[in-house]
Design a protein around this ligand. Structure first.
Ligand code: CTP
Ligand code: MG
Length: 266
């Protein structure tokens, strides 16, 4: 299915999104970037973008693409004015930053004004099955005044802290447990993570400087806001919002798509 322009009317509370798709997909192990791998006949990046386009308030989407195949991504979204493609960076954090820097241009082209509190969603193409409900909860919490909102799920496995690694006499690798975390306090965080425009732009500007100086990157955008001392809130994520990382995840995702009851999961 070709991505289509939805020809939207100008909305009162426009939301913009960055869909990160510039990773190589090493753990998935195909000979192409993960976002171009097809799941039930549609690439992960098209599926993720389409999943966001179903929300009428999301008026513009910036997709980050691997530099070496950027023209493949541009072809996919050719003729869709609300979607534009930018080159990704060496790590996810820099890809997101590149995507954010394009948002003012996209907003201008589409005739929207960007304000400090405009909601911005940052979503991984790898989470291409995220249901509408999980996305709109993040948007609504942002519109209600939260400046940083992450969808999350309670952790189901008991969690241990380990310190030293060693091996038994027959060579079995073992790790020594040093403690246990209270599972009830833990949450597993997903995407799309949502932020007010001024909050996420500042967090990424400072994060990019820190990365240049110390080489340390953040694996999620919420962490950059936390590092600035900003309040970060969680909404309920979804089990459908799994991140496709390995071949097993592809198998699970394609099975989920066959189930109408789960596809409708909210
Ligand atoms: N991503 C990105 N730019 C990077 C690295 C990752 O935009 N330099 C994106 C990926 O395309 C993905 C999301 O960030 O949608 C989460 O990353 P991950 O699941 O780790 O994907 P990959 O980096 O592609 O996979 P791997 O780590 O197995 O190589
Ligand atoms: Mg990665």
């Amino acid at each position: 299915m070709r991505p289509q322009s939805l020809g939207r009317e100008v909305t009162m509370n426009p939301v913009f999104a960055v869909v990160t798709a510039a990773g190589s997909g090493t753990r998935l192990g195909y000979d192409m970037p993960k976002a171009l791998v097809e799941l039930a006949g549609e690439t992960l990046v098209e599926r993720a973008v389409r999943g966001m386009q179903v929300l009428p308030e999301i008026v513009g989407i910036v997709v980050t693409a691997p530099v070496e195949v950027i023209s493949d991504f541009e072809k996919i979204f050719e003729g869709v004015p609300e979607v534009c493609v930018v080159p990704g960076g060496t790590v996810r954090q820099l890809s997101v930053y590149n995507g954010l820097l394009e948002i003012p241009n996209l907003a201008k082209r589409l005739g929207y004004e960007l304000t400090d509190s405009t909601p911005i969603l940052i979503h991984d193409a790898a989470r291409c099955l995220t249901p509408k409900r999980a996305i709109s909860d993040v948007i609504n919490a942002l519109l209600d005044g939260c400046k940083a909102v992450l969808p999350a799920l309670p952790v189901t496995d008991t969690q241990k802290i380990v310190d030293s690694k060693s091996a038994t006499s027959s060579g079995i690798e073992i790790e020594k447990v040093s403690g246990q975390v209270d599972r009830a306090q833990l949450r597993a965080v997903q995407t799309p993570q949502g932020f007010h425009w001024a909050t996420i732009l500042e967090a990424h500007e400072i994060g990019a400087k820190r990365l240049r100086e110390s080489g340390v990157d953040a694996t999620d955008d919420g962490a950059l806001v936390e590092q600035l001392g900003g309040d970060v809130y969680l909404t309920l994520g979804s089990e459908m919002s799994l991140k496709i990382t390995t071949k097993l995840d592809m198998i699970i995702a394609s099975e989920l798509l066959k189930r109408d009851d789960l596809r409708a999961e909210q």
